[in-house]
Design a protein around this ligand. Structure first.
Ligand code: 4NP
Length: 172
């Protein structure tokens, strides 16, 4: 797990966002969720990270198109791509995947039933939008990146509401 907060994350609720390459959707989800935490002064209660099921972009910054689209909305994407590991299943409380392929791949990797139960779909937190997954924008034009950011805005807001309703912050 990354950076210096590591030493101090025992009591935080830990969320890992996962997509395929960890250069478009999941680092954007990480940034959008962190932004909402900052707005609501909840940053201290969470540890947020992202990873990919495919390691071909490991070490890279997010895709330039996603960084530019995100920057226009006030999100700075600084994550470096990494592949999901077995220890992530132990270290994180919740693993939120972007599409059904990610869901199958991550569930397949889960070492235990408890680990598998930590996996959920980002689109399950959409209410207004009809999407059942967060579509991969990698081979799309700029509208694909805007759509992803719109869907992440809605789903991150609802995910945070859901966690507050579940009182995860008090339970931890
Ligand atoms: P992501 O998008 O899963 O949202 O990061 C993709 C990034 C890279 C590739 C596919 C999707 N790729 O084929 O390299």
């Amino acid at each position: 797990m990354k950076n210096s907060i590591d030493l101090n994350i025992k009591n935080k609720y830990k969320i890992l966002f996962v997509c395929l390459g960890n250069i478009c959707r999941s680092p954007a989800a990480e940034a959008v969720f962190n932004h909402k935490l900052e707005e609501k002064k909840l940053t201290q209660y969470f540890f947020v990270d992202s990873a990919g099921t495919y390691g071909g972009h490991s070490g890279e910054l997010p895709d330039r198109r996603m960084r530019l689209a995100a920057e226009k909305r006030g999100y700075t994407l600084t994550h470096h791509s990494r592949k999901i590991t077995f220890s992530d299943f132990e270290n994180f409380d919740l693993i939120v995947v972007m599409d059904n392929y990610n869901y199958d791949d991550v569930c397949f990797l889960a070492p235990t039933i408890e680990a598998k139960n930590k996996v959920c779909k980002m689109a399950s937190f959409l209410e207004k939008s009809d999407f059942t997954y967060i579509p991969d924008p990698y081979y799309e034009g700029s509208e694909g990146f805007e759509l992803v950011l719109n869907l992440l805005d809605e789903s991150c807001e609802n995910l945070l509401k859901h966690l507050k309703n579940k009182h995860v912050l008090i339970l931890k």
